[in-house]
Design a protein around this ligand. Structure first.
Ligand code: IMP
Ligand code: MG
Length: 171
């Protein structure tokens, strides 16, 4: 049995989600918002954040893959695309973690072609030390060091997504 350590507790995550939700409501007063959730890692973050927001929130889901094991392959594939138009809409991409920035740099360009009114990025975690592309979040939960993390949606080979905290495996 692997030893999982807690990096960010559920209480810490909840407190931060309240703050991010507050900021989003300030910025989008009276507007409908589209949460564009990147599957699968951002599902927990998307839902928990949306529950704290009073604006009307629509949901879109996109699934991309770039990872094999712990290392990014650099090539991004769209496995599942969004299903409704986002033309003229206020879109926020909801991501679990920005690592090299390749996924979001690709997605931002791809989604801008679909002509949303605005396109912002909200990420639960950021690992700036590994960045290769100049991507920055508009809303950020936590900056973390260069550690491979699991839980709250994040996986290690599809495992551990349902942990209610962000953890890491002590080898
Ligand atoms: P990027 O394209 O390198 O920024 O990679 C972003 C994606 O890699 C995230 O959406 C995650 O799915 C995955 N990823 C990056 N770091 C981690 C980690 O520490 N744990 C689990 N998944 C990660
Ligand atoms: Mg992801």
């Amino acid at each position: 049995m692997k030893d999982i350590k807690i990096l960010i507790s559920e209480e810490q995550i909840n407190r931060r989600l309240d703050e991010i939700a507050g900021k989003i409501m300030e910025d989008y007063k009276g507007k409908d918002i589209v949460f564009l959730c990147i599957l699968k890692g951002s599902v927990f973050f998307t839902v928990e954040l949306a529950k704290r927001i009073k604006n009307n929130v629509q949901f879109e889901f996109i699934e991309v893959s770039s990872y094999k094991g712990h290392e990014s392959t650099g090539k991004i594939n769209i496995n599942k695309d969004i299903t409704e138009t986002i033309i003229g809409k206020e879109v926020i991409i909801i991501e679990d973690i920005i690592d090299t920035g390749r996924t979001l740099s690709f997605l931002k360009e791809y989604l801008l072609e679909k002509m949303p009114s605005t396109l912002k990025i909200c990420t639960l975690l950021d690992k700036p030390s590994r960045r290769e592309k100049p991507i920055e979040a508009d809303y950020l939960g936590f900056t973390i060091e260069n550690k491979f993390v699991i839980g709250y949606g994040l996986d290690d080979e599809q495992n551990y997504r349902n942990l209610n905290y962000i953890g890491y495996i002590e080898e």
